[in-house]
Design a protein around this ligand. Structure first.
Ligand code: TNX
Length: 522
């Protein structure tokens, strides 16, 4: 059976039936509603086939690939039927067809020199509605083409949300008409003293459109009240004095980057030293402007207000701040998302979604904070840092990445956890989904993103999409199936980490990486 990731909800294969042969006469048949999917199918299949594919509305002939879409079917679900005389992909809706096409691309990629695909019937639908990744463009900035490529690659794994961490101590990365001084004064550097950058409003619109065409929703985050040192470069009057607590100095001593200093860009890794003035109305006027303009630029339902690691903010002030910030967002017609610490605030907008970033075994109090969102009638997104943080090292001696979250995090670690087993009292129906964040303190280039994300982002995709407990939902199966994607990823130019844990198929490239790791004689 071909290697599919994420593994479908159900697949039956008749080993005795003749396979489908992808011959030179294959055409793509698509009704107008399936045109977008047909173009994506053609773009994905043509490099594999080495020729262009005809797309037509003509009645199908034997041997064609037929793409169609139900009028009122199940959101994101699809059926894919492969028989000797043709292939049919039927989406419950346009998103479902898009996912069916991604499955077809994996089947074709695995079809070998003979281009034979075994007869099969796949009926598939996601486990969780929210299947996300986060990219921190504040610690290091990445331009639009890099973001678009990441969107393409995650969408191919049936992930459907990209959370952009747009602001932090190290930079403000989104141009706003109401406050152009933020990007003018606070975007020119990144962590480690690297060059910065920002998205213009046009850039952001391009990202949103590119994502929408691949059924990916952009979730923008303006982190506050801490992680806000960049704001101080443009609006020192909104900021409390820098709080140089012991934990800040420990990070400064371990990683360098200097002591955070008022009026100067920060390029180190310390957290929790900055805070907006939470008792000053000017802060809320500023946030109302920022959220208002951002909401207008963002067609998706969510706006992330941050709320993590406000270590220098008084707890009562933090609570008041989060209560007000989530209400401003809700009043704009958006659903607020906040990191789980905000669960302690007591009077958040009821619809606020909590994002849990503790470990798979919650430390004291963390589970309780996450449960408050559920008690208010809302849901949580799970990002347990010790298994899904893509910025953790794979191995202790990796040049990239951090280790604070019980790292290193092997590919097996990233795969072998169950969302309903993390926080007591947070079960299947309380979980909106899962998200794999990539914080970028040590991640400086597009190639670094590839290395850290692939293959572990495929673990996140399978946990988010595939039903728990299926016969193939095992590490033994996954390490072979992901290995089967190696040649496709290699052809697509993804510089994935050739982890020795994975059974990479021939053609996955970069055998030298295995040699470097002393795996040559395996
Ligand atoms: C914790 S997790 C952070 C980030 C860092 C990350 C590094 C969370 C909500 N905050 O500020 O970048 O660790 O792994």
């Amino acid at each position: 059976m071909a290697a599919l990731v994420p593994i479908p909800a159900s697949q039956t294969t008749d080993a005795a039936a003749s396979p489908f042969a992808l011959t030179d006469s294959v055409r793509l048949i698509a009704v107008p509603a399936a045109r977008a999917a047909a173009a994506i199918t053609a773009a994905a299949l043509e490099p594999l086939l080495g020729r262009t594919l005809e797309i037509t509305e003509q009645p199908a002939r034997s041997g064609d690939i037929v793409l169609s879409c139900l009028d009122h079917g199940e959101h994101e679900a699809y059926t894919l039927t492969v028989a000797h005389d043709g292939v049919q992909v039927t989406g419950g809706d346009a998103a479902g067809l898009f996912y069916g096409v991604q499955t077809l691309v994996q089947l074709v990629a695995a079809s070998g020199a003979e281009r034979h695909i075994a007869a099969t019937v796949i009926e598939d639908r996601p486990r969780f509605a929210y299947r996300g990744v986060m990219l921190d463009v504040a610690r290091h900035f990445f331009p639009v083409p890099v973001i678009e490529r990441y969107i393409d690659r995650i969408a191919a794994l049936k992930l459907n949300h990209l959370h952009l961490h747009l602001t932090d101590d190290q930079g403000w990365r989104l141009e706003l008409r109401a406050h152009p001084e933020l990007t003018a004064l606070a975007s020119s550097t990144s962590a480690q003293g690297d060059a910065g950058g920002f998205f213009t409003k046009d850039d952001y619109a391009r990202i949103v459109d590119h994502a929408a065409a691949r059924h990916v929703t952009i979730v923008p985050e303006i982190d506050a009240p801490s992680h806000t040192h960049a704001i101080s470069l443009a609006h020192p009057e909104l900021m409390e004095p820098i709080a140089l607590r012991e934990s800040v100095m420990n990070v400064v001593n371990a990683f360098g980057g200097g002591v955070p200093t008022a009026g100067e860009p920060y390029t180190g890794f310390a957290v929790g030293f900055s805070s907006l003035k939470t008792r000053d109305e000017a802060t809320y006027d500023f946030l109302a402007d920022v959220y208002g303009e951002l909401a207008g630029m963002t067609p998706g339902p969510y706006l992330h207000v941050g709320g993590d690691e406000a270590l220098g903010t008084d707890p009562a002030d933090f609570a008041d701040f989060m209560n007000r910030a989530t209400r401003i967002v809700a009043d704009l017609g958006k659903t607020p998302i906040a990191w789980h610490e905000a669960g302690a605030s007591g009077d958040l907008s009821d619809d606020t979604i909590g994002q849990y970033w503790g470990l798979t075994t919650p430390a004291e109090g963390m589970g309780e904070k996450a449960r408050t969102f559920v008690r208010a009638g809302s849901k949580v997104i799970l990002s347990p840092a010790d298994v899904i943080y893509l910025d953790m090292k794979y191995d202790a001696d990796d040049p990239l990445g951090l280790t604070w979250a019980d790292g290193p995090t092997s590919v097996e670690d990233s795969y072998t956890w169950e969302p309903t087993a993390i926080v007591d009292g947070i079960g299947e129906d309380d979980i909106l989904g899962i998200e794999a964040p990539l914080w970028t303190e040590t991640i400086r280039t597009a190639a670094d993103i590839d290395t850290q994300a692939f293959p572990r982002v495929a673990s996140a995709a399978e946990i988010a999409w595939s039903p728990a407990g299926g016969p193939e939902r095992t590490w033994a199966s996954f390490r072979t199936r992901v290995g089967g994607l190696g040649p496709l990823w290699h052809r697509q130019g993804i510089g994935f980490h050739h982890s020795p844990e994975i059974a990479w198929a021939p053609g996955s490239g970069d055998d030298a990486a295995a040699d470097d790791r002393g795996e040559a004689d395996r």
